[in-house]
Ligand binder design. Sequence first.
Ligand code: KDG
Length: 324
Amino acid sequence: MKLDFVSLGEILIQLNPTSPGPLRYPKLFETHVAGSEVNMLVGLRKLGYTTGIISRVGKDEFGVMIINFLRGEGVETSHVYVDEDAPTGLYFVQRHYPVPGQSTVFYYRHASAASRMRPEDVDEDYIRRFRALILTGITPALSESCYHAVKKAFNIALNEGLDIIFDTNIRIKLWRDLSIARERLLPFLESKLVFTNAEDLSVLFPGMTFEEALHRVIDLGAELLVVKLGSEGSLAVTRNGETYRAEAFDVPVIEDVIGAGDAFNAAFTASIYRGMSVHDALRYGNVAGALVVTTRGDIESQPTWDAIESFIKHRLKKGRSHIR
Ligand code: KDG
């Protein structure tokens, strides 16, 4: 029997201070396992799907921490290689400063173990065991060899008939030149499911209006396009021109918005593969995104189906008592 979702990407250690504000002051930091692709895989795992990841970690304690964590969450790790010559990548989060409600990331991942991923790490037989491949615009930005590894995985998935799910995830700090980002990422839009946001669309299609950019993504081959609009909710456009929109659930950003987009992706994708409507999938995605901003770490508050349904039930009840 086929496994469900496989991905390729860097798994990082996130260092998140216990207090908000400029990073020169906090004395205490929490460690969390993070990284866009792995966030999505754990989110899907919590929603009942089988998942695996291709990656590299350093031969260090953080590498061990990552592998132990993934095993605990039930993500298949047979293709997470331990690199003897480079460390596990790290990043720090600065929360609520200088803009309250927003976080800034500082990467310490240059020349990390994962940046040394190469096409030889992408095992065709392994990818064939899955129904769908998840890629993001982060991995092609890590190094030349990572870009070629992603291209290889994409081509295997196309040839083998796996569904491809792609999040544009343009990290400006990782691309030296945005015209290279554009040139390298546009071909990946030929996917069954494309996730993006308004900022990434403006990088990919400079000079176009938001609506023009949406059409362009569909013209380039996306079957279903989902745009995450943060506190404005989310919208989806299908190949035959139907559009759907769902409002965000209003929750305070108690901790940290990082990871909300990946949680959204996981819940949206899980809902679509479960046979739910696009509109309900958007709502479920919005719930998952809302839950993640209430705690530190990208993964810990990603919901199960029961958690999503309890959240919605509670909101509906609150709505009714409000009307009364
Ligand atoms: O989406 C959250 C990720 O961005 C975060 O965990 C770190 O993968 C990361 C990145 O490259 O920014």
